[in-house]
Ligand binder design. Structure first.
Ligand code: LLP
Length: 383
């Protein structure tokens, strides 16, 4: 990534390194090559940029969607509908209809109320809806409170105690086929221990169901594997072997059971950077501000989750500026939370320099907004 690659581009924009994306996808293939019953779905919510989706679809991954819009986008960009799963705590009728019309692989059902509605809509279409129940496993993922999902206090999924009645009800509904269980404990989980705890919880649940004569054909363990935001160049590809080995070692699967994954961030985060231009270097009373032309409208993660995105002054690096200074790096939005970094060390920075916020491929462009009537950020991709 050099400033030459970006000549003539209007900032701010997202840059996606498709070579890194391909290498990441290859690492996933290598780590799952000996496990033919493992199926990896890409969580479209992380980044739905068409070129990125096409690369992932071409690599043979399925898609994990959370809205009708994502189902349509994934199908458009080449994901086979038979490999699309659909989760979401509030599915609208039109979204359920779209999913049934497309004949997607499976609904991940999050409540008894939703199960009844899906059955009703499927019966008007004379279709059978394949479902898995999203179970809230009450496993602590030890991640940021705003992105934890697997605890009892969260709105997601069906409580473990309600699982058996839900399955029994599904078995009585004529337009529902019960296929499995779905779990997701949270996001940006960098240790394998929470996934091991999830495996143990699933083993208990499936053993109890087996004793009741219920077989669970599909188990979906969601996504959540994290990336190294601090060191994007040292760790561009997550340790997928450690991640998948955790499930190989700790999850008890029968020969005919399938294990599904829904990884988002781990696949795309390191491939994307937000490129922005320095508008002003402003001398405040006690601080120096680097004011850039990207704001929380383009990358909301720092404002929303206190997230860290490594900042790199590309122009200063190319010019070999040796001296450094501490700056607050801020955007132009009329909100005091529009801050990317406080007291952050950069090479001496000037108006016109290009800065890259790294590891922004996941939950970056897709979460952009038009607040302040700003145009949506554009994107470019490497070859
Ligand atoms: N499956 C389900 C059911 C999910 O809810 C999520 C993410 C995923 C899979 C993919 O998780 P991943 O592998 O990307 O961690 N906007 C936040 C992250 C929200 C994650 C929501 N659910 C952020 O910027 O950190």
């Amino acid at each position: 990534m050099t400033t030459q690659d970006f000549k003539g581009m209007q900032t701010p924009f997202y840059y996606y390194d498709l070579t890194l994306l391909r290498n990441t996808l290859q690492a996933i293939k290598d780590a799952t090559a000996d496990a033919p019953n493992f199926h990896v779905h890409y969580a479209v919510k992380a980044c739905a940029t068409p070129m990125v989706l096409r690369e992932i679809a071409q690599a043979g991954l399925g898609a994990d969607c959370v809205s009708g819009g994502e189902i349509l986008r994934a199908a458009e960009q080449g994901f086979p509908v038979s490999e699309i799963v659909y989760a979401g705590v509030g599915k609208s009728d039109w979204e359920i209809e779209a999913a049934l019309d497309k004949d997607i692989a499976m609904f991940n059902v999050e409540s008894m109320e939703e199960l009844e509605v899906i059955n009703e809509i499927a019966s008007t279409k004379c279709k059978i809806a394949r479902v898995a129940f999203r179970i809230n496993p009450n496993v602590d993922a030890h991640t940021h409170a705003k992105i934890t999902t697997g605890l009892n206090e969260n709105k997601f999924g069906i409580a473990m105690e309600d699982m058996l009645p839900a399955i029994h009800r599904a078995q009585t509904l004529s337009n529902i086929e019960f296929l499995g269980l779905h779990f997701h404990i949270g996001s940006q989980i960098t240790e394998t221990t929470p996934f091991r705890a999830l495996c143990e919880r699933i083993n208990e649940l499936t053993a109890a169901l087996k004793a009741d004569g219920i077989s669970v054909r599909n188990i979906n363990v969601g996504g959540g594997y994290g990336v190294d935001y601090q060191h994007p160049d040292e760790n561009p590809i997550p340790d997928f072997k450690a991640y998948f080995d955790t499930f190989k070692q700790h999850l008890q699967l029968d020969a005919d059971q399938h294990l599904h994954f829904e990884l988002g961030r781990a696949i795309v985060a390191q491939c994307g950077s937000l490129i922005t231009k320095v508008l002003y270097v402003k001398q405040g009373h006690s601080k120096q501000f680097v004011i850039v032309d990207a704001g929380m409208t383009d990358l909301i993660r720092p404002a929303l989750y206190d997230a860290f995105h490594f900042a790199q002054n590309l122009t200063a690096e190319e010019e070999g500026r040796a001296e450094h200074c501490n700056y607050d790096i801020v955007g132009p939005i009329c909100e005091s939370s529009d801050v990317f970094h406080k007291d952050y060390q950069l090479p001496i920075t000037h108006r016109g320099d290009l800065i890259a916020f790294r590891t922004a491929g996941a939950y970056g462009e897709i979460m952009a907004s038009q607040y302040n009537c700003r145009p949506m950020p554009k994107h470019i991709c490497s070859k």
